[in-house]
Design a protein around this ligand. Structure first.
Ligand code: NAD
Ligand code: IPM
Ligand code: MN
Length: 364
């Protein structure tokens, strides 16, 4: 029997609420397959700073180092709570970016998917959504502006200034583009390259590298699109996209817009892959506005479990079953409140959604 060690970083805000439902799914998958998951919970994020004095404590690093894969809930505090923590210890800078750097998880896959049966959750008009939305955003995750040198000070005129560097080398660009091409080859063979080469030199190099490696993927059609225009296209014609590839900040922003066109960030899971280790997390944040109310949508967290089953453990069929179970609960007429928008769905809690997913999964 296979045994996998999984580090569980529940995080802040709605993190523990949605992680609880994800754990139910791990347990059921264990029950029905020849596999054991050793689930190791560890503190990570803003609460970890208050409890342990660091948002990414040494004991958590050791658990993650030893794990076969990591599942992480969102981290982050409300604006007011964040102010109680020194800037570099705030969980985004003090825990999340260091986690990404530690395991070099350069390839972030963010599916933006809404099958036809639940297409009514989208705030876009039915004629725009058509038979549903189904694309994957491939985001570079450990380079660019978020990881560049940062400097603050006072300049010659006595004015406070800040300088943040956007840096990529051709190796970093090539490896994420290869991920985009390979994924496009397995899907519809169309790759949207999102860039800003009319202004940014980083995009000029990005596109040069793309031109050099594209001949290795002759069956993939590349469509170049400026990032600002892409934001509009996502609203007006989202079904033209299948695989989109982009640098770190563009991917951060456009993937949240992806959640918007689906109807909620709660529908956005993700996978973050490095050369040796992968971690999985919702694309969204800790949602302080709804934390503690038991109404968060756990789809993003359970979807991250499905991505782990498929991408880390090769359990493709079971991953498909998890997606089918979640979509089945929606198709049966239930939803968490984030997706209601005056619709006819019966509103259920985070916990009830998790229980229904488990029940559905048992029947598949
Ligand atoms: P957010 O993503 O937490 O929330 C934006 C909106 O989406 C809110 O209205 C929220 O209620 C809603 N939402 C998000 N997830 C939901 C879910 N599963 N179910 C229902 N509704 C959901 O963004 P924010 O408020 O800008 O950020 C809050 C904190 O999260 C900040 O500290 C930020 O830095 C952090 N953050 C962390 C991650 C991460 O851990 N990967 C990602 C994004 C933001
Ligand atoms: C995300 C988040 C993070 C990012 C923050 C919290 C550091 O917004 O995962 O999308 O900007 O990458
Ligand atoms: Mn983001």
């Amino acid at each position: 029997m296979k045994t996998y060690k999984i580090a569980i970083l529940a995080g802040d805000g709605i993190g523990p609420e949605i992680m609880r439902e994800a754990i139910k799914v791990f347990k059921l998958v264990e029950e029905r397959n020849d596999v054991r998951f050793e689930l190791l919970e560890a503190p990570f994020g803003g609460q970890a700073y208050f409890d342990c004095g660091h948002p990414f404590p040494e004991e958590t690093k050791a658990i993650c180092d030893a794990a076969d894969a990591i599942i992480k809930g969102p981290i982050g505090l409300s604006h007011e709570e964040s102010q109680k923590i020194p800037v570099d210890m705030q969980p985004e800078r003090g825990a999340l970016l260091p986690l990404r750097a530690r395991y070099n998880t350069f390839a972030n896959f963010r599916p933006v998917s809404l099958p036809k049966a639940i297409a009514h959750f989208s705030p876009l008009k039915p004629e725009i959504v058509g038979d549903g939305i189904d694309m994957i955003m491939v985001r570079e995750l450990v380079g660019g502006l978020y990881f560049g040198h940062k400097e603050t000070g006072v300049n010659d005129q006595g004015l406070r200034y800040v300088k943040e560097v956007l840096e990529y080398d051709e190796g970093q660009i090539a490896r994420i583009l290869h991920e985009g091409f390979k994924l496009a080859q397995r899907r519809k063979k169309v790759l949207h390259n999102i860039h800003k080469s009319n202004v940014l030199k980083s995009s000029v190099l990005w596109n040069e590298v793309l031109g050099e490696i594209a001949p290795q993927y002759p069956d993939v059609k590349v469509v170049h699109m400026l990032v600002d225009a892409a934001a509009t296209h996502l609203c007006l014609n989202p079904t033209q996209f299948d695989v989109m590839v982009m640098e770190n900040m563009f991917g951060d922003i456009l993937s949240d817009q992806g959640g918007g066109i689906l109807g909620s960030l709660g529908l956005m899971p993700s996978a973050c892959l490095g050369p040796e280790k992968a971690y999985y997390e919702p694309s969204h944040g800790s949602a302080p506005d709804i934390a503690g109310k038991g109404i968060a949508n756990p789809y993003s967290m359970i979807g991250s479990v499905a991505m782990m089953l498929e991408m880390s453990f090769g359990m493709e069929q079971e991953a498909k079953n998890v997606w089918a179970a979640m979509q089945g609960v929606f198709a049966d007429g239930y939803s968490t409140p984030d997706l209601s928008r005056g619709g006819s769905a019966e509103l259920i809690s985070t916990e009830a959604f998790g229980d229904k997913v488990v029940e559905k999964l048992r029947s598949l």
